[in-house]
Design a protein around this ligand. Structure first.
Ligand code: ADP
Ligand code: MG
Length: 583
């Protein structure tokens, strides 16, 4: 029994006086209900605890128990298809147990302890195994094989192995003896502290894109497997929509979706849409490779802080198995607000806009956990992190956006005026960037064709030229422009409307394979080059426009279905023909 008792309570912050037996970042149980908390500061007379659950009803004098362990995630089969709160308590399970959405202090385990898994043992007695080695596998869902790996900190000789068969996550299926002669029992699961990155053998160079099927991203501002991206944008500019689209379509094996401080119904929407969407390769719903972490606006603030660490820990665990994992966090601004709230209650010295001085270091600790890695067991895998940022009033100069920008290499700036004009994706092509293009160049050349990057560059040059011309047009109108400049404006409209705009609700446009992206670029640029030579032969811009070619090309994204990409080849002769017939 601990004699430590609560001295004061201030929202999620609780103090204990004169305690000597707590350590920094230790997980503790607070009060009679055993609420989950974490030690966040210790002085000689007071220990401060952040409580991850609502502290309503908690009273001074109630006991506080140490656990001797940091806040950890339980890692094992049963994570996928699940929906957890910020400290990995299953929301569905909790609802079953007590009927309420989330009760406080409930002692539900993270993973189903009764489910039986079809386990295949991968080691035999006498084997020497190291941290990270896979000792058993089981199909977690029809899409994903779960690989049980020795805790990174352990190694030893296998002394006992159970036969293949059905086991629950807590059944001992294997025993090892370490160098000191100590015996360790291995089950299907393990614990890992959420704030510690899981160790790897080596960080590998970035070289493969995370293909999203979203043209403006794949073509202009690509993200890499193991890369980081931020989606800053004001309210209603399409952050959530972008995250949902990436979660549905990007070519990661596993999706971890963290809904952080945003509306609860958006999480329900993810659940519903994902169970309806069928993976074409396996005919299984996308939920089979997805895990959701929900700390919505109505849930305790402190758990919001934990939610992104929990999310990235789950992501690293699947990476260690050799999978490509993408984690979406919507929104990191709400997470930063949770930091600010806790910091305020601790009466820490605030920095910019009331955020604590450690905001940048916390952001960097999160994004640094992305990467393309060689794992301890020799497999390779990646964690890609995509964080939404919601700056007040679309003001990108605020601290969360600015600090995030320091740590991510893709910046997809959502633009309020584009969103107003219903130009979706509202990703501003002048302000956004990707620093991965050179890293990925070889991959594009080998897998899509060297034309891809050349076309991309030409597209970008045209858009930049248009931006310059529009400055002139704003001042003196477009009539004064020579025909070749008018052509740039017309072709840029095709690029903007026919290419960069992409309709998430259209059956073919919602996802566009890279080959189709390249062919679409080719058609647009072919039209541009043919029109330009028509002008140089003395034909007028209006006669070129009258061919109707521009209207036709702008609609090709809807007219050419994804399973008939070859139809795009018919556009070149059509363009030749129409231009040849100009009088
Ligand atoms: N790619 C897109 N295609 C179609 N509609 C979009 C697209 N992106 C955003 N929208 C529209 O914008 C609305 C608001 O987007 P949302 O992602 O909820 O904004 P935010 O999360 O930034 O507040 C969506 O409900 C949708 O109607
Ligand atoms: Mg949103």
């Amino acid at each position: 029994m601990s004699e430590n008792v609560i001295y004061s309570i201030n929202g999620p912050v609780v103090t204990v006086k004169d305690a000597t037996d707590f350590s920094m970042l230790e997980m503790v149980y607070v009060g009679n209900k055993k609420l989950i908390g974490e030690v966040i500061s210790i002085t000689s007379h007071a220990t401060t605890i952040q409580v991850y659950e609502t502290t309503t009803g908690l009273k001074p004098g109630e006991p506080v128990y140490g656990t001797g362990q940091p806040i950890s995630a339980t890692l094992g089969p049963g994570i996928l298809r699940n929906i957890f709160d910020g400290i990995e308590r299953p929301l569905q399970e909790i609802a079953n147990e007590s009927g309420a959405f989330i009760p406080t202090g409930s002692n539900v385990s993270s993973l189903d302890e009764t489910a039986l898994w079809d386990v295949t043992l991968k080691v035999k007695v006498g084997d020497e195994i190291q941290g990270g080695d896979i000792y058993a596998t089981c199909p977690e869902t029809p899409l994903i094989e779960h690989r049980c790996m020795l805790l990174p900190t352990l190694s030893g000789k296998v002394i006992e192995v159970k036969p293949d068969g059905q086991y629950t996550i807590n059944d001992v299926i294997c025993k090892i003896e370490d160098e000191k002669g100590e015996v360790h029992e291995l089950t299907l699961c393990q614990k890992w502290p959420i704030k510690d990155p899981r160790p790897v053998k080596e960080r590998l160079p970035i070289s493969i894109p995370l293909v999203t099927g979203q043209r403006v991203i794949d073509t202009l501002f690509p993200i890499a497997k193991g890369g980081t991206a931020a989606i800053p944008g004001g309210f209603g500019t399409g952050k959530t929509m972008t995250q949902h689209q990436l979660a549905k379509w990007c070519d990661a094996d596993i999706i971890v979706y963290v809904g952080c401080g945003e509306r609860g119904n958006e999480m329900t929407q993810v659940l519903e849409e994902f169970s309806e969407l069928i993976d074409p390769k396996s005919n299984r719903p996308l939920t089979d490779r997805t895990v959701l972490i929900a700390n919505t606006s109505n849930m305790p603030v402190a758990a919001r802080e934990a939610s992104i660490y929990t999310g990235v820990t789950l992501a690293e665990y699947y990476r260690d198995m050799g999978y490509h994992v993408a984690i979406m966090a919507d929104s990191t601004s709400r997470w930063a607000e949770a930091l600010r709230e806790i910091s305020g209650r601790l009466e820490e010295m605030p920095a910019e806009e009331g955020f604590p001085a450690y905001l940048p270091s916390r952001l960097s600790q999160f994004y640094e956990r992305a990467g393309y890695m060689e794992n301890l067991n020799g497999s390779t895998g990646s964690v890609s992190i995509i964080g939404a940022v919601s700056p007040q009033g679309s003001d990108f100069s605020e601290p969360v956006t600015q600090n995030t920008k320091r740590f991510v290499r893709c910046f997809w700036a959502l633009d309020k005026s584009l969103a107003y004009a219903r130009h979706y994706y509202a990703i501003n092509w002048n302000e956004s960037y990707s620093e991965y293009v050179t890293d990925l160049a070889k991959w594009y050349e080998k897998n899509v064709g060297d034309q891809f990057l050349k076309d991309r560059q030409e597209l970008q040059a045209l858009l930049a030229e248009e931006t310059k011309l529009m400055e002139i047009v704003k001042l003196i109108g477009s009539d004064v422009l020579p025909d070749d400049q008018k052509l740039i404006i017309e072709i840029s409209r095709i690029i903007r409307v026919g290419y960069l705009q992409q309709n998430a609700f259209h059956k073919d446009d919602t996802y566009v394979p890279l080959v189709k992206q390249m062919k679409m670029m080719e058609v647009i640029l072919y039209l541009y080059h043919q029109a330009r030579s028509a002008l140089s032969e003395g034909k007028s811009i209006s006669s070129v426009l009258e061919t109707g070619l521009f209207d036709k090309v702008v609609k090709m994204k809807y007219d050419v279905p994804n399973d008939h990409i070859e139809m795009l080849d018919e556009y070149m002769p059509m363009i030749d023909d129409a231009i040849a017939h100009i009088q």
